[in-house]
Ligand binder design. Sequence first.
Ligand code: BEZ
Length: 252
Amino acid sequence: MTTKWNANLYDQKHGFVSKFGGSLVDLLAPQKNEEILDVGCGTGDLAHEIAALGAKIQGIDASHDMIIAAQQKYPDITFHTMDATVLNMTNQFDAVFSNAALHWMKQPDDVIRNIYNVLKQGGRFVAEMGGHGNIASIVWALQKCMEELKLSYIEDYFPWYFPTLEEYQSKLEGAGFTVEMITLYERPTPLLGEDGLRNWLKMFSNNMLKHLSKTEKEQIDAKCEKLLQSKFYQNHQWVADYCRLRFVAIKK
Ligand code: BEZ
């Protein structure tokens, strides 16, 4: 399954700092000259932030469009189009960092094993991803609208993996990591503008709705807005029900 990204639209995304942990880069605490890999780097903003702190960062992303955009924005940083399920470097990095990317990787065992392998002994894996319950209301609304319109919902087209804390911790430990910290928390996330939900759906529901016509998709968008409005639209602001899984794991 592939997901086509629109790098420009993606770049209009906000940075939202949760009351739980401040920035993920602070949690990574990059040191000068440390070798760090950013997995699912998108258009490179956090890699740039990490580089500015003196670390030697490389970014990878499965989307070539994202990597092209990252290279244009930050020509001094090395970026590669690479899928984390086929990473084949070994014992190279002091840390692996990943923000809002691991939930797109539906083969978590391969990803975790590869990340373990690229780390040096004692290296750390610091990441945040969508966790169990993430965007549950949006997914519920999409399913309900499709049902009401008598359109088929195809389970295989669901593009994300939102694990429970226990499940992901067990996978990390199974691969040989020691989990130093792991937390699952709600992080209500503002979607910019009056059309925030519609824009979110346009960007992210593509895969789930790929068997439908443009008109059917527009009907779904309109119905979803109506269904979610009372709970998630206040003071001209849409807020999505994001849940984050954040952890620090060490390669033994
Ligand atoms: C997330 O960051 O949790 C997310 C973003 C887009 C689609 C699904 C989840």
